[in-house]
Design a protein around this ligand. Structure first.
Ligand code: GTP
Ligand code: SPV
Ligand code: MN
Length: 586
């Protein structure tokens, strides 16, 4: 008798008709074979093997370089279940529409069966997925990003407790590109794209969209969050998780080299993109990183902004859509002040300055977490690490101060639910447009966002000491358009303020939106920043925030009667505080 996995593989093979089927075991020998094939058929370009051993460059189809949110669907029986912020299609209609695209899609090609674990191999919180794909690049990337192969099959046995994901490159035509989620049956279908978040199905599709659904049902949380540990001079480590939208600084914060290292403050990495968080028996919120690697944004990364990443990328790394130097090394904007002579751009053409970027703005590296010099000794702790602070943040040229603290859990949920950020190159479409992106989950929540807010509200009372909630903005700009805050390793100063707040040491000014640091409560030694700049960074302008408060009201109206009442109350309280403060300052 065949196992549930074998039956699904057979069924998928009948539909897609591959020339051959390869069950991936995750071994080095298998990875070598995949690499050789990809070097032969041009999927991989060998980088300088002396300076970048076992590193390769992949150039994707130029129309397939980012997530495509307009082509991503939540397919539930009722439209209301998906909610107003998701694209929706009925499951039967979706399958009728997509099945023909899979029919014969793997003719003459290899089907890879990729079993994987999301989470540490021995954690009770980990979950199993199996991806069927006709992309060797996807199979090789899944080996870096998850615990792929034999370990997953061993853990699965004959069970049906896995999330199946069927993926085919199809013809890479966006007209025939669909990323479909069937949360009611825990199934993923993706066709027509080879790009990370569209094609590495363990990541956004499973670990966020399907997992957020499971988490709501089972009483835990699946979030678009990095996880880090902040070590203080006594050696004590306090863990924090932070949700920023795509390309808004999670990897960089999680892997930073602290500017306060000489004072004894260090940052340890647990995860850079996704957190699965459970309430432990002792009432703490425990987070695991379901991933095993980093799929990070290359541009802007350099020896100064992120030396840990730069060190991690020197071997066994896949680069996607970066530039190529004459000596066969990867290159991207922001790596050096001046581009080297003789660059080849991400499309494989000779690069010259007026031709735009040498590396695509969403070019990425795929690197095992184990390469990171900042990796925490607890990054695979099966019980997870206890979270003391949750941080929301986004890119906001104006309005949001460098940091503020929510008044309590419920207000913290309101702060997360109403956050906004300027769009980035991580998804197709306009860049730099401000949009609401609750908890940085707008593109990743697998069900009605109003119910998701309700789930967040319900989690607070289950926790003995709910984490403090903060909001940060590294991206506030001056009138002449320059970033006011140096960012990167200097962000540790803000983390230290949070730690001091958790431990009841740091001062804060109560404002209508929450508690903002007093200028003296931030540790600024060694940083040249003027008093005026600091004041601009921390300013809370009541009339700007009143406009924001109106916009939040409009956003909330999208959810009609489904929006949890406590969020309406928080909104009304904010309105009240703002009007009192504008009277006070008149
Ligand atoms: P995803 O992988 O898409 O989820 O992105 P992410 O949130 O991990 O963002 P990442 O850390 O890769 O940063 C995205 C871009 O923002 C990069 O170009 C970084 O160089 C830049 N960036 C990150 N942190 C800072 C910061 O503190 N200040 C400034 N100015 N830029 C930053
Ligand atoms: C993001 O866009 O948030 C990413 C990259 O982390 S992707 O895996 O493509 O979603
Ligand atoms: Mn992300």
């Amino acid at each position: 008798m065949s196992t549930p996995l074998e039956s699904w593989v057979e069924e998928s093979a009948r539909l897609t008709k591959p020339a051959k089927i390869v069950w991936c075991d995750g071994s080095v020998a298998e990875n070598d074979r995949l690499t050789d094939e990809m070097l032969r058929d041009g999927t991989f370009i060998e980088l300088n093997q002396r300076t970048y051993p076992r590193c390769y460059l992949h150039r994707s189809n130029p129309n397939d370089v980012a997530r495509t949110e307009g082509l991503t669907f939540i397919c539930t029986r009722e439209k209301e279940t998906a909610g107003p912020t998701n694209n929706w299609m009925a499951p039967s209609e979706a399958k009728e529409k997509i099945r023909p695209l899979f029919d014969g899609a793997m003719k003459g090609r290899t089907m890879y069966v990729v079993p994987y674990i999301m989470g540490p191999v021995n954690s009770p919180y980990s979950k199993i997925g199996v991806e069927i794909t006709d992309s060797a690049y996807v199979a090789a990337s899944m080996r870096i990003m998850s615990r792929m192969g034999k370990a997953a099959l061993d853990r699965l046995g004959g069970s049906d407790d896995f999330v199946p994901g069927l993926h085919s490159l199809g013809d890479l035509n966006p007209e025939r590109r669909f990323i479909m989620h069937f949360p009611e049956e825990k199934l993923i279908w993706s066709v027509g794209s080879g790009y990370g978040g569209n094609a590495l199905l363990g990541k956004k599709c499973f670990a966020l969209r399907i997992a957020s659904w499971m988490a709501r049902d089972q009483g835990w949380m699946a979030e678009h969050m990095l996880i880090l540990g902040l070590e203080d001079p006594s050696g004590k480590v306090t863990y924090m998780a932070a949700a920023f939208p795509s390309a808004c600084g999670k990897t960089n914060l999680a892997m930073m080299v602290s500017a306060l290292e000489s004072q004894g403050y260090r940052v340890w990495t647990i995860g850079d993109d996704i957190a699965w968080m459970h309430v432990a028996e002792d009432g703490t919120l425990r987070a695991i990183n379901p991933e095993a690697g980093f799929f990070g944004v290359a541009p802007g990364t350099n020896a100064k902004t992120n030396p840990n990443v730069m060190a991690a990328l020197r071997h066994d790394t896949i680069f996607t859509n970066v530039g190529l130097t004459q000596s066969g090394e990867p290159w991207w904007e922001g790596m050096d002040p001046e581009p080297p002579a003789g660059l080849i751009d991400w499309n494989g053409r000779q690069w010259s300055a007026p031709n735009g970027a040498a590396a695509h703005p969403n070019s990425r590296y795929t690197v095992p977490a184990s390469h990171s010099p900042s990796l925490s000794s607890r990054w695979e702790d099966p019980a997870g690490v206890p979270i003391s602070a949750l941080i929301f943040g986004g890119r906001r040229a104006r309005l949001a101060p460098l940091v503020y603290e929510a008044r309590d859990w419920q207000h913290g949920v309101f702060v997360g639910a109403t956050m906004a950020s300027e769009t980035t190159a991580a998804a197709t479409g306009a860049v730099g447009v401000s949009r609401r992106d609750p908890m940085a989950m707008l593109p990743f929540c697998g069900y009605n966002m109003a119910d998701y807010f309700g789930h967040w509200l319900a989690m607070g009372p289950k926790l003995k000491n709910p984490p403090k909630v903060f909001h940060v903005n590294w991206f506030r700009r001056s009138a002449d358009g320059k970033f006011l805050w140096p960012g990167y390793g200097e962000n540790v100063r803000v983390l230290k303020w949070m730690l001091d707040r958790i431990e009841g040491r740091a001062g804060a000014n109560d404002t209508p939106i929450g508690c903002v640091p007093t200028p003296n409560s931030l540790t600024l030694d060694g940083l040249s920043i003027s008093r005026d700049t600091l004041a601009e960074l921390l300013a809370v302008n009541s009339s700007d925030w009143s406009e924001e408060e109106q916009a939040v009201g409009q956003f909330f109206n999208k959810f009609d009667g489904r929006l949890p009442a406590p969020l309406r109350q928080e909104h009304a309280s904010l309105g009240g505080r703002l009007s009192r403060s504008s009277v006070a300052t008149k």
